[in-house]
Each structure stands twice: as structure tokens, then as C-alpha cells.
Design a protein around this ligand. Structure first.
Ligand SMILES: [Mg+2]
Length: 401
């Protein structure tokens, strides 16, 4: 047996979107999960709804736990607080499964299709997603450090591409159109704004030619007319994908309409949860590349179903980062196991700084590829000092050790 004895959540005021979940079992193991956004709501779901049901149950039966937690009465179509809580639980249970077997999670999932996966750098800098609001760079904002890639792509995208190539990154993701969405609520984009948004792509191609792949992130800020205009304008720059172009990325009809209007490949979406939502998009031929976030979609149990759907439809898969270190580790394990995975997202600024202050294991990147983790489970633990921080909120249910 490996019965759950306690749940512990930890969050820190410095990164208010992040929440970690530690699951303790009576065989002395500790599993780690994570989710992101609405951390206090996720914490409440975990302690008030999940803990009374989960404590005392056998942590080995992940399929049963996933089936129960992924079917709340409300909130399962997308990454609701309930599904984010379920995601954290599932990641922690797979961490436990790997530890119990003495193997990395991707081995516990059935092993690797590959032993390394290419990464791309999301040019987020140090703090794009850390605060209550996503950071928008406008004007001549000063760089916060050498890896403030969000300032770099807005002002000197060519030099940024050269910097990334010098570190062997073969692909980069940028979002120069975000600042122009507010003017119309995303319903339209002017020609002047369109041309300004294209500048970083022009500079990248002028500086490094076709030596780097470039993805454009649209962050679900646009309606179909504006999104089509942006996608059509980007066709000349050979973008690898355009991500989350529309307001609602579960809208298969609107995505089909957009795909009919552009040659640029469409990627979606980390915002979605539940394999059924992905099934509808794939059945409707609404996306070219499947993006998913392990800490939002339902964890490994749901992600492997989404990966299977991507495989059945012949679509490439690309796990998300730009939230927290455990979602990244989980994404990497899935990317090693999933047959059609092509990339794992990383943010070099956070990998080099605050991710490593929080956890003791992160992807090892060599020649633009993340190597397979070697330790048991996820291969990463929350550093013990995190829960002792002055800005930490720690809440426990059950009988913690
Ligand atoms: Mg994204």
C-alpha cells in the first residue's frame, strides 16, 4: 500500500501565481505537484474538496484519482481552479510512482521515444508572468538583466537572435503584437500597428537569416479578423507557428475559419484542459501544433491522452513552460514519452535565476536540447528553505510528518 496521509500546499508572495502541492504517503514518500494562476483558489480546492476525499486513498491508483478529480460537477472544460488542483495532484502522484519504482517519471509512463528533446527559448525575461498582470514592454524600458529577452525582442530582436544562436538555441518565441490589442479590444488591428509588430521578425531575418526558427505568441488577445490579418502578414517571415491567436481557443469553428485564411501554422493551446476539448479541435482540423500545460490540463494522466490524440491525428506536440519549474519538469518527462513531441519550451532567464532558487532539479540543456532527467520521479524537489521563507503561506491537511 501507499496511502495518502497528508497534503501540504506552499505558495510565496514573491511569485503569487505559483502554488506547490506536496503529497505524503505512509511508505515515507513525498510527491511534488504544481499549478499556476489563482493560487489561493487552487489552495482552497485542494484543502476543502480534494484532501477529505484523497487522504487515506492508495496513491498508486492514479487512474482512479484522475478520473474522480477530472470530473467535477463544474469547471472541467478548461483549466479551472478545480482542474488546476487536479493537475497538481496528478503530477505529485506520478512523482510518487516514479520514486516508488526508482525510475524517472518518463520511464514510469512507458519509457522514452527519445532521450533528448529540442528546446526553444520563450523570450519572456525574468518576470513576464510572475505578477498579477502579464508584463507588457512599451517605450524604451531598460533591460532588467542580460536575459531580459522581452525588452530585447521589442527593441533589438536581431541581436537577441544572435545571442540565442550563440547559446545553441535553434528557436525562439516572441509576442510583439500584444501591446496593440488593447486599442480595439483585439477586434481589429491597424496597418500601422501591424507593420510595427512585424519589425522584430524583419530584424531577426535580417540579422541571422533562416538560421533560427521563430514562433509568434498572440496570447488569445484577438478576434478572427485581426488574427487573420496578423497571420497573413507573418507568412512572409516563415514563422514556425502562431500560438493562441483567438480569444477562445476551444472555438473549433473560429479556428477552422482562421486556418482557411492563412498559410501560417496555428498552435493551441495551453489554456485548454481535458482531452475531450483537444479531441474536438483535432477532429475539426482546427490546429497544426498541439500545445499543452501539464499543470493546467489535468497532469500526466490527461496529458498522455492528449499526446495520444495528437499522435492519432499526426500532429506535433509541444509542452508549455513560462509558469513554474515543476510544470517544466513535468512537460519534459511527457515530451520524452510522447511520440509526436517536437519541442519543450524553456525560458533561459528563469532557468538561470529564480527557478533554481526554488527547486533542486531542472532540465540540463546541451546543444539546444533538454536531456532526459536521471533521478527517480520528477527529479526535482522544492528546496526545503522555500517553505520557511517569511513570505511563504503553508497549509496542511491530514497528518503531516
Ligand atoms: Mg503560450
Amino acid at each position: 500500500m501507499s496511502n495518502v496521509t497528508a497534503l501540504r500546499t506552499i505558495r510565496i508572495a514573491e511569485r503569487p501565481n505559483l502554488i506547490w502541492l506536496e503529497v505524503e504517503t505512509d511508505d515515507g514518500l513525498l510527491g511534488l505537484g504544481e499549478s499556476f494562476r489563482g493560487a489561493q483558489a487552487v489552495e482552497a480546492v485542494l484543502h476543502e474538496q480534494v484532501a477529505p476525499w484523497l487522504i487515506g486513498r492508495d496513491a498508486r491508483h492514479i487512474a482512479a484519482v484522475s478520473r474522480h478529480l477530472m470530473n467535477p460537477y463544474l469547471g472541467y472544460n478548461s483549466a479551472s481552479a478545480e482542474i488546476r488542483a487536479a493537475s497538481a495532484v496528478d503530477i505529485a502522484l506520478w512523482d510518487l510512482a516514479g520514486q516508488r519504482q526508482g525510475v524517472p517519471v518518463y520511464i514510469a509512463l512507458g519509457g522514452g521515444v527519445r532521450e533528448r528533446i529540442p528546446v526553444y527559448n520563450t523570450c519572456a525575461g525574468y518576470a513576464f508572468n510572475s505578477g498579477a498582470q502579464r508584463r507588457i514592454v512599451e517605450g524604451r524600458e531598460a533591460a532588467a538583466g542580460p536575459y531580459d529577452d522581452q525588452v530585447a525582442f521589442m527593441h533589438d530582436a536581431g541581436a537577441l537572435a544572435e545571442s540565442l544562436l550563440s547559446e545553441n538555441y535553434g528557436a525562439m518565441k516572441i509576442w510583439p503584437f500584444d501591446g496593440y490589442a488593447a486599442a480595439s479590444g483585439g477586434n481589429t488591428i491597424s496597418l500601422a500597428d501591424l507593420k510595427a509588430g512585424l519589425e522584430p521578425f524583419r530584424k531577426i531575418r535580417a540579422a541571422v537569416g533562416d538560421r533560427i526558427e521563430v514562433m509568434c505568441e498572440l496570447h488569445s488577445l484577438w478576434g478572427t479578423h485581426a488574427a487573420a490579418r496578423i497571420c497573413q502578414a507573418l507568412e512572409d517571415y516563415g514563422v514556425y507557428w502562431i500560438e493562441d491567436p483567438l480569444f477562445k481557443m476551444d472555438d473549433a469553428g473560429a479556428l477552422q475559419d482562421l486556418r482557411r485564411q492563412t498559410r501560417a501554422p496555428i498552435c493551441g493551446s495551453e489554456t485548454l484542459a481535458d482531452a475531450r476539448t483537444f479531441r474536438k479541435l483535432l477532429a475539426a482540423d482546427a490546429v497544426d501544433v498541439v500545445m499543452l500545460d501539464l499543470a493546467w490540463c489535468g497532469g500526466f494522466s490527461e496529458a498522455r491522452k492528449i499526446a495520444a490524440l495528437a499522435e492519432m491525428h499526426g500532429k506535433p506536440l509541444a509542452p508549455h513552460d513560462c509558469t513554474g519549474p515543476i510544470a517544466l519538469m513535468a512537460g519534459l518527462h511527457l515530451a520524452l514519452n510522447a511520440p509526436t513531441a517536437i519541442f519543450q519550451e524553456v525560458v533561459r532567464a528563469t532557468l538561470a535565476t529564480w527557478y533554481r532558487d526554488l527547486v533542486d532539479g531542472l532540465p540540463v540543456i546541451e546543444c539546444g536540447q533538454a536531456l532526459a532527467p536521471v533521478g527517480p520521479g520528477l527529479g526535482s524537489r522544492l528546496r526545503p528553505e522555500v517553505r520557511l521563507r517569511a513570505d511563504a503561506t503553508v497549509r496542511e491537511s491530514g497528518r503531516p510528518r
